[in-house]
Design a protein around this ligand. Structure first.
Ligand SMILES: NC(=O)C1=CN([C@@H]2O[C@H](COP(=O)(O)OP(=O)(O)OC[C@H]3O[C@@H](n4cnc5c(N)ncnc54)[C@H](OP(=O)(O)O)[C@@H]3O)[C@@H](O)[C@H]2O)[C@H](O)CC1
Ligand SMILES: [K+]
Length: 504
């Protein structure tokens, strides 16, 4: 799914109106209807509702929602925030329609701002995607008061005051509990720094023109279940393990064999034909006992890896989980980078070695996959001042190094060598736990070995990892969830994606 900027959203809106065709006011009615349905599902109609409406189309949505909630027997109070003399046409129509049902109140200055009573639910329809400058004056005071209140706040389309795709977090912005946005997510929703403004966000479909969306150019995408299911290949009836590739995993050191084990299990559970693990001597019985399906290549060193094993007949290579940064291991990484013709995935200490030895980073083969968490990315690429800045650095980094970076987080960002960024839609805070990243490395390695292209392996791998985590949460909850659970639920995650495929 594409992520569009405010200008593109405006054009999409206009195109849909011209080509569906649908009157602008009816498109607003459809959007507001979707919001109202969401609201009615969530709150009983004895909930007192206070709606703050701006004077543009976001405000128009607010007025239409007010009418719909009145018709659904909610007790609704509406206040129009008169930050401008200019009102949009669809705002005016909805104002007239609502006037027939209730008395609309107005806020012209700070004195008009009401006390927000306890138990009230606020709908924020002050500004939407038309915001063009930071909120100021009495509207800023209103935003402060809403944020200081105990009320539950639901924003229509976007938290008022938040730019769709650039940084303004030091200005006045509504801190919503929920944001219900129209059809496409905004870039700002996907960045950690804006979580306190968006709260939990959801999308509602409003029938915007798919062909127009198709031809919009953007670097930013949001991975939906349909997107992921399109990437998933079918296994053939007349196939054998040779068809599903041979993965090589270089992992583990004394005290960190668990990381190698988790990664190896995930590689196998993601459908690879064969897996060889290259391990230090101390890992031999551990791996053979805990994971009989994996073959072992054993290093001469007791505690860490010092040799590159044979790369013959290997389809993809993963390196990093549970490694260390001993000088001999650095040589292994160097040799591997020079010799490997297969696709590579780098994680954990392999990334730290690259960060410490930038000349190695320059030699990493094109299309290799790097899977840093934000701190590891900082070590690799440098510091940034905010999340937008980091996104820009991420794009510059992948373009310059010609690699794929999987920047892990709540919405893991997969940056491709052409600068496109895919944000993941699965996963939960329970996955912020030891070994979770090792599992992801194993999943991606497995897909690479099965001949998925590196970009598909990264996108599908990240999606599956998050989906397995979401399924695990259903039984384990967030606190008790451990990385092994993610591996256990991979089978169910595949089943969910297969169902999506079959439904299409
Ligand atoms: N495309 C869709 O998906 C649909 C969207 N809908 C809703 O429409 C809004 C966008 O509405 P729009 O009228 O474009 O803009 P806003 O309501 O967000 O803002 C209104 C005007 O306010 C002015 N403005 C901007 N920033 C400030 C500020 N800081 N202080 C004061 N005034 C400000 C600006 O006008 P200017 O001429 O002054 O620049 C805005 O135009 C979208 O979010 C949805 O909720 C439709 O209902 C359905 C389809
Ligand atoms: K809003």
């Amino acid at each position: 799914m594409k992520i569009l900027n405010a200008q593109q959203i405006k054009e999409l809106d206009a195109f849909t109106i011209r080509h569906e065709p649908i009157a602008s006011i009816d498109l607003m009615e459809r959007a507001s209807g979707q919001f109202a349905d969401w609201f009615i599902q969530k709150f009983p109609n004895n909930t007192p509702v206070l709606i703050f409406c701006g004077v543009g189309n976001n405000g128009g949505d607010g007025l239409a929602v007010a009418r719909m909630l009145c018709q659904a027997q909610f007790n609704v109070e509406v206040m129009v925030v008169r930050f401008s003399e200019k009102t949009s046409e669809d705002f005016q129509v909805n104002e007239q329609r609502l006037n027939k049902l209730i008395t609309i109140q107005n806020i012209h200055s700070e004195e008009d701002i009401p006390l927000i009573e306890e138990g009230v639910v606020i709908i924020d329809a002050i500004f939407g995607s038309g915001l063009s400058r930071p909120i100021d004056g009495f509207t800023a005071q209103l935003v402060r008061q809403i944020n200081h209140s105990q009320a539950t706040v639901i924003s229509i389309d976007t938290p008022s005051g938040l730019y769709c795709s650039s940084n303004n977090s030091d200005t006045h912005i509504i801190e919503a509990d929920y944001t219900v946005s129209f059809q496409l997510p905004k870039l700002s929703f996907l960045l950690p720094q804006n979580q306190r403004f968006t709260g939990t966000w959801e999308l509602v479909e409003i029938g915007l023109d798919p062909e127009f969306i198709e031809q919009c150019e953007t670097s930013y995408h949001f991975i939906t279940s349909e997107d992921a299911s399109h990437l998933l290949k079918k296994r053939k009836k007349f196939s054998h393990k040779g068809h599903y590739g041979h993965a090589l995993l270089l992992a583990g050191s004394f005290g960190k064999m668990g990381a190698a084990l988790l990664s190896a299990k995930a590689t196998l559970r993601t459908g690879v034909g064969l897996l060889t693990c290259h391990l230090p001597l101390c890992g031999y019985s551990i791996m053979q006992t805990a994971l009989p399906e994996a073959m072992c290549s054993i290093d001469h060193h007791e505690h860490y890896i010092t040799e590159v094993p044979s790369l013959a007949k290997i389809n993809a290579i993963g390196i990093g989980p549970g490694l260390n940064q001993h000088v001999s291991t650095i040589h292994v990484l160097e040799k591997l980078i020079q010799e490997a013709k297969q696709p590579l995935v780098f994680d954990a200490d392999a990334l730290n070695i690259l960060a410490e030895h930038k000349y190695l980073l320059k030699q990493v083969p094109e299309n290799s996959i790097l899977t840093p968490h934000p701190k590891e990315f900082e070590r690799l690429a440098g510091e940034t001042i905010n999340d937008y800045d980091r996104l820009k650095l991420l794009q510059e980094f992948v373009i310059e190094c010609n690699v794929i970076v999987v920047l892990k987080g709540a919405h893991t960002a997969i940056a491709l060598p052409n600068g496109s960024i895919y944000f993941n839609s699965t996963g939960n805070p329970g996955m912020a736990t030891a070994g979770s990243g090792d599992v992801l490395t194993g999943i991606i390695l497995s897909l690479l070995a099965q001949n998925y292209t590196p970009d598909h392996a990264a996108i599908l791998g990240v999606y599956l990892h998050g989906l397995a985590g979401d399924l695990a949460r259903e039984t384990e909850g967030e606190e008790a969830l451990i990385a092994s659970d993610i591996v256990e639920y991979l089978g169910e995650a595949f089943a969910v994606l297969r169902n999506v495929q079959n439904e299409e």
